[in-house]
Design a binder for this molecule. Structure first.
Ligand code: ACO
Length: 311
């Protein structure tokens, strides 16, 4: 019977049909999805911190309203993704427990500090730009609830990307000091943004299997290249330089060549040694503890409602 179910599953993947929560699936497929979706959800929630840091210091009411909306969207993305993970038989409190105890990862990018308001623009442009390149193909992932969550997330990410670019355009038409802030933020975020796509294909243990299962549709290096090709003309339009002297158009390949990111730094950040890892996880842990009374009150309310319903 197991063999028949396996055949059924493989058939579905081969025909590019969606796998749904009640369908039989191999345990490795389920584990891979839980790992990736949880890491993705954690990234959205942890990702609120570097930008939330500027909410009280936004330079105008308009910028504050935009930033507030964006940070709230990220909370929403985290919730859609935790819900998608829950369809696989795990629960959100268990996943949060794994995040705060360091047993599950979140994106390396959120372990870097936001030093000036230009960082808000550059995060929108580069970080959300990279997120879109990585996430649009996930709208076609083989697992239905994940793919469907990604459609809405990608729409919102594209608004995030535009608000960042528009902020940078404004700053670039401002004073020399503002332009220098944008250049400095670009220099600091460029390499970490390239690292968001994950290790080079030769060092990526999960890519081959995830592609066979139709979870990932492209390799890490393919998406990184796509991001570089897309971003170079945007940098030119903006009037900033990208901090890589090896960045040149290769007409034979039809792509930009670029230098290797510092993979030792990437590994260090993944192991907890980035500039803000400790602060990010600690902040998440204390926010979770501070919110205990809300969860208790909601549970007590739900229990009371249920008891009334029975009576
Ligand atoms: N930050 C932290 N961990 C990473 C990163 C990164 N940038 N890139 C790869 N890793 C981890 C992987 O999770 C994996 O760890 P694990 O096996 O212990 O779980 C390990 O490094 C090896 O990498 P891969 O074999 O390439 O792993 P995978 O196939 O999962 O690919 C990728 C990594 C591309 C990030 C994939 O998981 C993915 O597309 N995830 C969904 C998108 C996402 O999570 N985005 C979050 C940031 S964007 C945002 O929130 C705005």
């Amino acid at each position: 019977a197991e063999r028949e179910l396996q055949g059924h599953f493989e058939d579905k993947i081969a025909r590019d049909q969606r796998v749904e929560p009640r369908d039989w699936m191999p345990s490795g497929y389920r584990e891979t999805l839980v790992r990736q979706i949880a890491q993705h959800a954690h990234s959205e929630i942890i990702g609120m911190q570097p930008e939330g840091n500027w909410l009280t210091r936004a330079p105008s009411l308009r910028r504050k309203a935009i930033l507030l909306a964006k940070v709230q969207d990220e909370a929403g993305h985290g919730l859609y993704l935790y819900s998608a993970a829950e369809t696989l038989g795990v629960d959100r409190s268990e996943l949060t427990g794994k995040l705060v105890s360091g047993r599950q990862k979140y994106s390396s990018i959120f372990n870097y500090p936001t030093l000036t308001f230009a960082d808000i623009g550059v995060i929108g442009w580069l970080v959300d730009g990279a997120a879109i390149v990585n996430q649009v193909p996930l709208c076609r992932a083989s697992y239905g609830p994940y793919a469907r969550a990604m459609i809405r997330i990608c729409k919102e990410e594209s608004f995030h990307q535009r608000q960042g670019y528009e902020l940078l355009m404004t700053m670039m038409s401002g004073t020399a000091k503002q332009r220098a802030m944008v250049q400095d933020a670009t220099d600091r975020w460029w390499w970490p943004s390239l690292m968001m796509f994950g290790p080079p294909d030769g060092d990526s243990p999960n890519t081959r299997q995830s592609m066979e299962w139709g979870i990932k549709r492209h390799t890490n290096d393919e998406l990184r290249q796509k991001f570089v090709d897309m971003t170079v003309p945007q940098a030119e339009a903006l009037g900033v330089s990208l901090p890589d002297s090896g960045l040149v158009w290769n007409s034979e390949r039809g792509h930009y060549d670029f230098s290797e990111p510092d993979w030792a730094e990437f590994r260090r950040v993944l192991k907890g040694g980035g500039p803000c890892n400790t602060q990010r996880v600690e902040r998440r842990r204390s926010a979770h503890e501070d919110g205990a009374w809300v969860r208790e009150a909601a549970a007590a309310h739900a229990a009371k409602q249920a008891a009334r319903g029975e009576a």
